[in-house]
Structures are given as C-alpha cells and as structure tokens.
Design a protein around this ligand. Sequence first.
Ligand code: PMT
Length: 419
Amino acid sequence: MQYLTNKRVLLGVTGSIAAYKAAELIRRLRDVGAEVRVVVTDGAKAFVTPLTFQALSGSPVHENLLDKEAEAAMGHIELARWADVILIAPASANSLAGLAQGRADELLNAVCLASDVPLAIAPAMNKHMWADPATQENVRLLAQRGALFIGPDSGEQACGDVGEGRMADSDDIISRLTELFTVGSLSGLTVLITAGPTREALDPVRYLSNHSSGKMGYALAEAAVEAGANVILISGPVSLETPDRVTRINVESAADMEVAVKEQITATDIFVATAAVADYRPVTAQQDKIKKKEDRLTLELEKNTDILAMVKADYAKIFCVGFAAETQDLESYARAKLKQKNIEMIAANLVGSVAAKTAGTFNSDTNELNVYWQGGDLKLELGSKTKLARQLIALIAQRYSLYEANDYNNSNVISLKNN
Ligand code: PMT
C-alpha cells in the first residue's frame, strides 16, 4: 500500500547536522508514492550538497530566491502552488525563528509565506537550543498558526549531549504526514476509468458513434487523483486535455477499449466504466469508401463485448462501478444493469430531450446522478461534473472500504463532503 501516492511534498532542508537524514527521508517519501521537490537553505548546503538531494528526488534542487532562471521555470510562487504539503526536515532553530517572524529573505521562507498548504516541521538542534525560551516561543507561535510539529525525539545528539532535539525518524514523519490527508480516500489504490465515446468504423471515412464528450469520465479521473489514487484513463476520441497526474491511453473502437482494459486490469482495485461504449459494430468495416449506389443500404451489426460485465466476470474481486445513460425509467433500467453485470454500484443519468431541459448530460458541463447499489441509493443533485465527480468518488471510497471489510450489505452512507 502506498500511503502518499500522487502527493507532492516540498521538502525544505535547513542548516542542521541532521541535514544528512533528509537524504534517507527523500528515499522513503518516494517509496510511499510521493513526488518530492527539495528547497535547501544556505545553511543546509554547508552540510550536504544539493546534488545528493537532486539525485535522490529526481528533480533539480531549488536554492536561491533571486535566481533569474529558477524564477522563470519554477520560482517561489510556482513552488508554493505545486506543493500539497510543505515539510521542513530538519528545521534548525534559525529557520524556526525566520518562519515565526514571517521573513522572506530565503527561498524556503518565501515559499512558506506564499503557500496555503499544510506546513509540517521536524525540528533538529542541540537540546539547549530547543529548550531556549526564544525557540519555544517560536514553536508556540507556529503551532498556533497551524504548523504540525513532528518531534523532536530525545536521545544522544551529534554534539555529545543527551536530550531532546534529535530529528524524528523518517517513518514517524511519513505516518504523521499521511494523517494530514483525508482518511477514507483512495490513497494507494489503482483506479481504472473508461471515458468518452467509441467509434465503430463503417469504411475508412465513416463510423458509428455517440455524443459522449468524455467530460464526466475526465472529471472522475481528476477527482480520483485528488483522492490519492493512481489513475489510468482509457479514453475514446475526445478533445479534452489529460488531467494532471493521470496516465491516459487513447483508443478508437470498443474492441480497442476492450484490449486496453484487459492490459491494465490486473493491477486495478476499482474499475469505473464511464465510457459510452458502442453496443454494436459493423460486421465488416469496408476497405474502401462505400459508394452511393442503392436507394437503401442495410448495415449488418454484431455485438461488442460488454467490457464492464467481462471485467466483473473474470476478476470478481475488482470493485466495479458502471454508468447507465437512459432516456426514461432511470431506476428500473439502472438496477437491471446493476444485476445483469453483477457490479457493486451504478450511476444513472438521463440523456436525450428530457435531460436537455435540465442537466444536459452529453457534452454538458453539468449533470445529475442517481447512484444505486444493492439495498441503497443516493441522489447527487444537479451540479457541475467536477462537483459530482468529487461526490461520486467520495461515495465510491466509502462503499469500497465496506466492500474490503466484507460489510458491503451495509447500506449506510455516512456523509459526503459537498465540495
Ligand atoms: O461524456 P459526457 O459527454 O460527459 O457524457 C457522460 C455520459 C452520459 C457518457 C456518462 O455519464 C454515461 O452515462 N456513460 C455510460 C453511457 C452508456 O453507454 O451507458 P450504457 O447503459 O449503454 O452502458 C452501461 C455500462 O456498461 C456503462 O458503464 C458502460 O461503460 C458499460 N459498457 C457498455 C457497453 C459495452 N460494450 N461495454 C461496457 O463496458
């Protein structure tokens, strides 16, 4: 299980003998799935070279506030925006004083001022420096402003003293960081999502397809990443940008989608089938363009594999969420699909003329969903697809944890964050 999957940790290393421990910390953070960027103070560079941190983090190390090149590429504002959390480890007595005073004389202080993400601090200094009232006052001020202090631990110090001031262990730091992120999320899980339409070729220039824009599936991919999942998006032809931190695989036809899903499915924990997959394809796609000769032309179609039903039949353990696009009788059709495909949940939406008057659904930026599972249901009111996607992902996370705990028949929904 990777606890910090997709989380962006900005690690500030300051001038303390414990700076060497930051090297091990970077490695452990990456082991648990975090992306790490490092900012060093001048003091830190006296103990460990930035090159060490660059090699371990896999990214250039940020050193100077007034660096023309860095400001153009990733300056203090971009770094502040990039991070999900700022971790200062080790934090020296001097760095605590600078933070408490709100100074912006070094890159690390400036990034902290410019950022509104959680700040975690792992102090490391001599026991007398830690116990000094000035340091303690700085710690109190920073904690009051919301900083999370991790450690320091007690023990033998580099200077020979024994007492409080050693930097906390990497494992302790990581477990406290993990607590900062929502419990009940999809952290460490792999979510496979299909989105968009498929195209079933008639000849080299024509195809059968539908109005799906991919917006609902892409919003779900984004929301699943926010919830900490590793997300793979198998997409039919759409004109949308790939969401940040999502692996996208492009396909054309239902048969292509089937192959791509089979290739990804073994590593999947949760499968969400948002794609509007063509149920039928032409028996033969003509090699050459079909010529306009007859008054009537009959197309012979054959069934495509039902990808969602196939996944559940072949990989019973995967938590499967389907979608149902209906023009009428939403609940009865959706519940019938839930049963036929033997899946855990289905999100139903209206399409066609009725929907056009309200949510829109196909290609619209809004939608409304009725989610059904055995013994329960939840209506997600009309809203942007981004908002609905977050709500649906929160519901999936909740139902998945019951599923994993073998308590799936519990139909309770505790509460959904309404963001
Ligand atoms: O893309 P947008 O413009 O944002 O629109 C979103 C949407 C309307 C496409 C989406 O919300 C939606 O409802 N997607 C499913 C549409 C659909 O094809 O429903 P269905 O009732 O035909 O299929 C039921 C389920 O089986 C779906 O999860 C579908 O992905 C899956 N299926 C269907 C056929 C098939 N051969 N393989 C499948 O996996």
